[in-house]
Design a protein around this ligand. Structure first.
Ligand code: 0RA
Length: 688
């Protein structure tokens, strides 16, 4: 079905398309001037329009953060996103199938597309060529025609004029209507008029900008940021080929093009899993909205849900995702009843039951997206919920009818999940009742503190009994508690929640913390859902510090604990209660009473250079166990001296991803991962 307002594909793939990288101006003679000379910033006479333009861009330069978030690395990279979005909009409107990005050696960035080209004719109201209007007027992008699925959400959609204002220079080339045009700007102001350079039959737009060092300081782009976004866009826009050339680091051109779109994304997400069927993909469009879903169940337990609206990753989900979940739950329940796999006396599957082991990408394109939530990454359009629900409902039930053997496997998976959830519920209930019965009976290995006000209390989770001993001696027992944890605590990926609760170390941890756990694997414990047993108000320590060795095992334990918190006590991370200690690698003793610690070899070298004294004794700690109580107190425990880092939600998410790779069911990716990271792992340096 064709989408209204969006040209059909057959109309939009022009045969004369050529790689847009061929647009070039070098050594080209100027054969004329575009427009009627009104774009005359260099010709002296300012119109009222131009004054408002200058004022607008001045405001951007005065308060860049208001427009792009900040002037650090984030803001810098956001300039690229903004320029890229303009080309992606051309692609979304169906006019462009190639987007090339170049990170130049001089740290300027080019984005080149083979779209229609920014209009060069004179804008009737403004009296300037379209190119100049787009480049100098805030939010001018939509003034020409507009419509279509604009990429805009969060900070996006401020307009390329903002990038222009924040660039030391910006050059734009437009190939359109048989000619190639060029214009240059500096700090937002035109320093040339729009010039017609030569005749060409190509079409497209090239924007090259050099971010202003007065605003962004001495920056350096991260090529991985470019690659990540381009790859993501390539999955979401299968008709477009994206390329990235990193001339800054002398890397060859990379091409991103996935003809199967989000179905390829699901395949890639499930690369390390054992899928139980082929990826199911469907796409439908009603009125002005397009809905795409790709999904695949695997033998594992984790759910991976990714949702997008107009190419924006809706991290907080929203109406498209809830519409999907509702439909999925209904369809699987209906099928299971009809096929007699759920009997009359059996309870319906819950949403969580049917999500276990599911990897899904839901992508919608709509005309007026509303982004809500803390980070403006939650889709709010209510009409989308019913639409996705009905589209998924129809398509997925048809799929199940046509593929009874797959349908049976999916239902059996949901049945297992339902039973496990019931067992976990009982186990959690038991844990709770036990701790209620013998409150005061804290785990034997816990060395508790005397303070009773949780906001003042800290709990150290220490790897190994020997380090645990030193920590107990080195702590301030008034407000610091220590819980030693033995070796490999457990493999949470393979173990189900009910198994995890049987593990003694995990039970000690849960009892010591006092909160209970969440039964929702998707961490919605904070949303107060009815089957949640997690109660943050019962938390006995407001700071929980993970203290493990700076080696592979230590890293393993840290990853594992973060994964546990992420999955079963996520509000602890969200509310900033989890910390990671950064124990030093070296101790430097100078004479009797001078002492330094170093976290890295570089720090050690620096210290040794600085002191240049004799009688220096350097100790390399192979683990926490080799540190004495005083070392531990000085470096990781005493609040005024220690180095501890608060864990962010993204860190825990990354830990979970590493964890899944390291300890998932498949051996091969794990071996690969370890081999690839073996070098890094030996002197691991965690950047939280
Ligand atoms: C406004 C109108 C039209 C195209 C564009 C803007 C446009 C902007 C950018 C920025 C980067 N690449 C771009 N490609 C196109 C189309 C007007 C028309 O031809 O009808």
């Amino acid at each position: 079905m064709a989408v209204k307002g969006k040209p059909k594909k057959t109309e939009v793939v022009p045969t004369e398309l050529a790689p847009t990288t061929e647009i070039e101006t070098d050594g080209i003679e100027v054969i004329g001037e575009a427009g009627n000379g009104l774009s005359s910033a260099v010709e002296g006479e300012y119109t009222a329009q131009q004054l408002t333009v200058l004022k607008g861009l001045e405001a951007v330069r005065k308060r860049p953060a208001m427009y792009i978030g900040d002037t650090g690395p984030r803001g810098l990279h956001h300039l690229f996103i903004e320029v890229l979005d303009n080309s992606v909009d051309e692609a979304l409107a169906g006019h462009c199938d190639h987007i090339d990005v170049i990170l130049h050696a001089d740290q300027s960035v080019s984005v080149i597309d083979n779209g229609r080209g920014i209009p060069t004719d004179i804008h009737p109201e403004v009296g300037l060529p379209g190119v100049e209007v787009v480049m100098t007027m805030l939010h001018a992008g939509g003034k020409f025609g507009g419509g279509g699925y604009r990429v805009s959400g969060g900070l996006h959609g401020v307009g390329v004029s903002v990038v222009n204002a924040l660039s030391e220079w910006l050059e734009v080339e437009v190939a359109r209507d048989g000619a190639l045009y060029y214009q240059r700007f500096e700090r937002g102001s035109p320093v040339t008029t729009l010039k017609k350079l030569k005749a060409t039959q190509k079409r497209g737009t090239k924007v090259r900008f050099y971010a202003d060092r007065e605003i962004f300081g001495d920056y350096r782009y991260d090529p991985n940021f470019f690659i990540k976004r381009l790859r993501e866009l390539a999955y979401l826009n299968p008709t477009v080929t994206f390329t990235f050339t990193d001339e800054l680091n002398g890397k060859p051109k990379q091409t991103f093009h996935y003809t199967k779109g989000i179905a390829s994304l699901v395949e890639s997400l499930n690369e390390n899993k054992d899928p139980i069927h082929k990826v199911v993909y469907f796409r439908n469009a009603r009125e002005d909205t397009e809905v795409e879903v790709a999904l695949q169940y695997h033998t594992g337990y984790q759910e991976t849900l990714l949702s997008y609206a107009n190419n924006i990753h809706t991290v907080e989900g929203g109406t498209h995702l809830s519409g999907f979940k509702t439909a999925l739950t209904r369809v699987i329940n209906q099928y299971a009843r009809k096929a007699g796999l759920l009997k009359e006396k059996d309870a319906n599957f819950s949403g969580d039951d049917v999500l276990e082991g599911l990897t899904v990408v839901v992508a919608v394109k709509l005309l007026h997206p509303q982004f809500e939530g803390q980070t403006k990454t939650k889709l709010g359009n209510m009409e989308i919920q019913g639409l996705v629900n009905s589209i998924v409902g129809e398509a997925f039930s048809e799929y199940l009818e046509r593929n009874p053997s797959v349908a049976r496997k999916i239902v059996e998976k949901a049945l297992t999940a339902q039973r496990a959830r019931e067992a976990a519920r009982r186990a959690a209930e038991l844990v709770k009742r036990q701790s209620a019965l013998d409150s005061g009976s804290l785990p034997g290995k816990l060395a508790d503190c005397t303070e009773r006000d949780p906001s003042k209390c800290e709990l150290f989770l220490v790897e190994g009994d020997s380090a645990g001993g030193s920590a107990k001696m080195g702590r301030d027992r008034r407000f610091q508690a220590v819980l030693p944890l033995r070796g490999k605590i457990l493999n949470v990926e393979k173990a189900r929640l009910d198994k995890a609760l049987e593990n003694e170390e995990i039970r000690s941890l849960i009892t010591a913390l006092g909160t209970g756990i969440s039964l929702d694997t998707n961490g919605s414990a904070s949303s107060g859902e009815s089957d949640s047993r997690f109660d943050i108000s019962k938390l006995r320590y407001h700071r929980i510090v993970i203290m493990s060795d700076a080696d592979v095992d230590g890293e393993h334990i840290r990853t594992l604990l973060l994964t546990f918190f992420f999955r079963y006590m996520r509000p602890l991370i969200e509310n900033g209660h989890i910390y990671v200690a950064q124990p030093p690698l070296f101790r430097v003793r100078v004479g009797k009473d001078e002492q330094y610690y170093a976290q890295t070899q570089e720090e050690l070298d620096e210290i040794l250079k600085r002191i240049k004294k004799k009688n220096v004794q350097v100790t390399r700690f192979k683990g926490l166990g080799e540190m004495n109580a005083e070392d531990l107190a000085d470096t990781t425990m005493a609040p005024e001296k220690r180095v501890i880092v608060q864990v962010q939600l993204e860190d825990a998410m990354e830990a979970e991803r590493i964890f899944t790779t390291l300890m998932g069911d498949k051996v091969e990716p794990r071996r690969q991962f370890i081999e690839e990271h073996a070098k890094e792992v030996t002197d691991i340096d965690w950047h939280f």
